[in-house]
Design a protein around this ligand. Structure first.
Ligand code: VGL
Ligand code: ZN
Length: 243
């Protein structure tokens, strides 16, 4: 027979211990491994390509640091999709094709404001290759984007005209994916635009902050996090994900 008083006592002790721990343990530790990717979850590894890594033409500060973090969390995912920025030579997003313009300046294009970049991720070049240090042999799909010469595509879902689909939402829905976890480069461009479009397409969306690095030009990083928070994107750390 259970002694009712003992059960009640035991419970309240546990509750007290929980409350005490919650005040003493930093949130990052307390929340450790609380999210377990399931069959309906996919990891989206965005643009971990040589051009965005040290020595690349559009190197993202500390970009290489995302690689071991992404390799580690990828082990917990049955479904992994990677993306590759994949521009034509002379792509409209390159400053070099706009006379008098320099990288990181902007131009107005028919689909909106476009930040101009150094030439990067040209189709078939070494700079466009995925990092050789990625170790995710179980990734199931590599989606290329930005291959229309006159339209950029930060997002893995929709090109910058806001309407041309890459097919990724259809693919994920066809595979019964409900949740996406976004990691890679760069936080404030391709990661953020992908996460925002994932929300618009109806996916529960997480961005794994320490598995991303940003470019941060003209306040872009703070704006990206604000836009993502407003859209209901959940900001987590790699340690929050169960391996
Ligand atoms: C990216 C700028 C230009 C990115 C791609 O991967 O975030 N940023 N093209
Ligand atoms: Zn690009």
């Amino acid at each position: 027979m259970l002694d009712r008083r003992k059960v009640v006592f035991g419970l309240s002790t546990a509750t007290l211990a929980t409350a005490t721990l919650a005040t003493l343990v930093p949130t990052s530790l307390w929340a450790a491994a609380s999210i377990k990717p399931d069959e309906a979850s996919a990891l989206l590894v965005i643009d971990v390509q040589n051009c965005f890594l040290p020595g690349g033409s559009l190197a993202v500060k500390e970009g290489e640091q995302v690689v071991p973090v992404i390799n580690k969390i990828s082990k917990g995912f049955a479904n992994v999709v990677m993306t590759q920025d994949w521009h034509t030579p002379g792509h409209i997003s390159f400053a070099s094709v706009h006379s008098g313009k320099k990288p990181f300046e902007t131009v107005d294009l028919p689909y909106g404001k476009q930040v101009l970049w150094p030439d990067h991720c040209v189709q078939g070049t070494d700079g466009a290759s995925l990092s050789k240090d990625l170790a995710i042999p179980h990734a199931e799909l590599i989606i290329r984007k930005g291959f229309h010469k006159d339209v950029d595509s930060y997002s893995a879902f929709l090109e910058a005209d806001g309407k041309t689909s890459t097919g990724l939402a259809g693919y994920l829905k066809g595979r019964k994916i409900k949740r996406v976890f976004v990691a890679g480069l760069a936080t404030d461009f391709c990661v953020a635009w992908t996460a925002l479009d994932a929300r618009k397409a109806g996916f529960e969306t997480y961005v794994v902050e320490d598995a991303c690095r940003g470019i941060d030009t003209q306040g872009s990083l703070a704006k990206a996090w604000a836009d993502m928070a407003k859209a209901g994107v959940k900001r987590i750390q790699s340690g929050d994900i169960a391996a």
